[in-house]
Write a protein that binds this ligand. Sequence first.
Ligand SMILES: Cc1ncc(COP(=O)(O)O)c(C=O)c1O
Length: 377
Amino acid sequence: MPIPLVDLTAQYRRLKPELDAAIQRVLDRGQFILGPEVEALERDVAAYCGTSQAVAVASGTDALELTLRACGIGPGDEVVTTALSFFATAQTIASVGATPVFVDIDPVTYTLDPAQVDAAISSRTKAIVPVHLYGHPADLDALLRIAQARRLAVIEDCAQAIGAALGGRRVGSFGLAGCLSFYPSKNLGAYGDGGMVVTSDAQLAERLRILRMHGSRDRIRHDVISRNSRLDELQAAILRVKLPHLEDWNAARRRHAQTYTRLLTQAGLADRLALPQARAEAGHVFHLYVVRCQDRDRVAGQLMERGIGVQSHYTIALPHEPAFASLAHRRGQFPVAEQAADTVLSLPMYPELSEEHLRTVVQSLSEVLRGFGPSKA
Ligand SMILES: Cc1ncc(COP(=O)(O)O)c(C=O)c1O
């Protein structure tokens, strides 16, 4: 039985009547951009994340970029961020004209290592952008302490972690702002691109509302040069059907992660793979279940041949992306992120997986690894 990395049709099949009705409602109303569905979604997501405001935009990438701009960050400024993430985290810092200053990750959580952040801060630093990678909250307590002491904004990249929590409080509500992605495969996914900024700073939210609409407050007069970055009503209506299920879906992901860990351990593979470990107080939402293994690319190839959908998030540490060649980072400067980029492997993960699916993945991994040497990542 082939098992994809993510199956988006399973969720649609379960919610089809409600989703179809929501789509029809928008078509019948005939209002397609920034209407009542978007406003209701903004209220619901703000309440869910524990902030007073939310501003819907066209993607998670735009959520990050417009937040940086709304904070006045631009040429000459530096922004401290993680060496391991999806490219957009660092790209947006560069696209507003600022310089990303990369910091290595914690080897257990794969998130920004607070112990190394102080040394990366200079007089030009304006913000810290931690990423709750794979759904594991970054060490926000430590990062906020540093940010407060150095008077820096914390902009949380929550693209992979809607619903993740620390001490019972949801990510996105800790920093000045949290940036969400509704890319279809995310824990709360639309049927197209979408994103949102959550914040309890009303002035920041107002600036974002202007930036998402050509720099205009009233669609008549334009105060700054910006762009069009809006969520459409169809996506908002779809997301409103899905949001009430998010807690159950995140709980299912956590259960699958526990099952994977149990089955991989029973299969004697815990010595061959580095299994994910959550910090005790962290409400991990397992956007991805990521193991590390030697010979990763060959293992991945053989799993794909057996119909198991795997992928690596990510194979190039951000400082070593060709687009950042001008920053002249050398291999060895970010040893933990570099080792992760060489070895990480994401196994199939979505709420609708059954225990049989998980057993099949573990069985296949076990068979593939039998053909390889005994080393651990
Ligand atoms: C960590 C991270 N940041 C930012 C983004 C960008 O989000 P989007 O694809 O919605 O632009 C993504 C998603 O792909 C992501 O995983």
